[in-house]
Ligand binder design. Structure first.
Ligand code: ARG
Length: 418
């Protein structure tokens, strides 16, 4: 076991302790090379785990076949779409979760679930170590390792891609040598993609050049806005207590509702985000996101929440939302503050029932109608045309005098000459 890294952190495996490894397996080049490399270098058995979080167009049976062909003693497929939607995406909707003003956190929401499933599978299949394919530069290593170290102090972690110092060329050479099928043309480095029900990210290649505008081939989910239909489409999203329950009046289970919203948004070019991001590990990077479902559902949710909340609630919630988003981005899903905040989110969302109409047109999503039994809104009071009822216009001057009192006094102090 020469050349294998010695641990820095308590949860990292000593090479000699590794005998049966649970590998988080995607079927891509990195994790396929890992599957062979772990068997070879550690003389260990590998159990592969592949998690379905709604990655569009993935054939999980093919992924499973590949793992077995590469020598995995087993490859377990877990369809976690429902759990992901219910326990991870839904709280994110209630918290209007967006990081850095643009990223709806789909990867960040998926990682703690994937790592939790890895812990469960490692325990049930007698593994001593969990292996993942994250690099040492990203956020995903933080999310996965923090989860494993929190939930399963008895398990160890290895992260071969972080330590093996193979470049892409060497990985391809290793793959060729070991009979690992390498997909498609290898002359051009592909984008680094991650996706699930809630969105898709691309990194690498020209995306790293800040002065290069997005090239068309990066968009594999959302129609380019200029090619979107010439006719706008209005979609209505109905919520009950903060939970999206229907599209255009049709009641749908959450997974299907998210998938349908994604299709609608994708057709109309909605949800493209070109994002500069501050990673936890200190790097500033650029990501291209395609988040059609989030663009529709978060916009609708936020609008409805604003309609049913008071001015005071509406001023506080975004600061808590931002805090929630940061914790999740930073991989601290299991931090108790996240649950504390969720309790607030639940309370605030108890009133979030109603329907929001959105107009989708060539990349834009705009709220056009609002309806809620809980709206803190009275058309009679708001109208310009009448006075009376709960609102007395005669009371306004008295209000203004007192409301502006301190500001006026302070102005005098600063401008004694009048
Ligand atoms: N920048 C996003 C995040 O940190 C997306 C990361 C995508 N992950 C990946 N392995 N390509 O959540």
């Amino acid at each position: 076991m020469e050349g294998l890294p010695q641990p820095t952190a308590s949860y990292e495996a000593e090479p000699s302790e590794v005998s049966r490894v649970l590998l988080l397996y995607s079927g891509g080049l990195d994790t396929s090379v890992m599957l062979k490399w772990i068997q070879e270098r550690y003389q260990a058995e590998v159990v592969a785990l592949t998690v379905n979080l709604g990655q569009p167009g993935e054939d999980f049976e093919v992924v499973r076949g590949k793992a077995l062909q590469l020598g995995a003693v087993d490859c377990v497929l877990v369809d976690a779409r429902e759990e992901f939607a219910r326990d991870y995406v839904l709280p994110a909707i209630k918290a209007n979760a967006v990081y850095g003003l643009g990223y709806p956190l789909f990867t960040a929401l998926g990682r703690p679930l994937i790592a939790k499933l890895a812990v469960e599978q490692a325990r049930s299949s007698g593994c001593d170590t969990i292996a993942h394919g994250c690099t040492g530069k990203g956020n995903d290593q933080v999310r996965i390792e923090a989860t494993v170290a929190t939930l399963a102090p008895e398990l160890k972690v290895i992260a071969p891609v972080r330590s093996w110092q193979m470049g892409r060329e060497e990985e391809i050479a290793y793959a060729r040598e070991h009979g690992i099928p390498v997909k498609g043309g290898t002359e051009q480095t592909p984008y680094s993609i991650d996706d699930n029900l809630w969105g898709r990210s691309s990194e690498g290649r020209w995306i790293e050049e800040l002065d290069v505008a997005p090239q068309d081939d990066v968009f594999q989910l959302v129609t380019r806005p200029e090619e979107a239909p010439d006719e706008p489409q209005v979609v209505s999203v109905s919520f009950e207590r903060g939970v999206p329950v229907a599209l255009d009046g049709e009641r749908l289970e959450l997974v299907e509702l998210i998938e349908r919203a994604a299709e609608l948004g994708a057709r109309h070019g909605v949800g493209i985000v070109d994002h500069i991001e501050d990673r936890i590990v200190g790097l500033k990077v650029r990501d291209i996101y395609e988040v059609p479902a989030a663009a529709i559902l978060l916009t609708a949710h936020q609008e409805l929440e604003k309609l049913v909340g008071t001015i005071h609630q509406n001023q506080l919630k975004p600061t808590l939302d931002q805090r929630w988003g940061y914790l999740v981005y930073a991989g601290l899903w299991w931090e108790p503050l996240r649950e504390d905040l969720d309790a607030y989110m639940e309370a605030a969302n108890a009133q979030v029932t109603g329907t929001i109409g959105l107009r989708l047109y060539k990349g834009a999503v705009r709220v056009v109608t609002r309806e809620s039994p809980n709206a803190v809104y009275d058309a009679q009071l708001a109208t310009f045309s009448e006075s009376g009822g709960l609102f007395s216009q005669a009371a306004s001057p008295g209000f203004i005098e007192l409301f502006s009192l301190q500001s006026r006094m302070a102005w005098r102090v600063r401008h004694p000459e009048g």
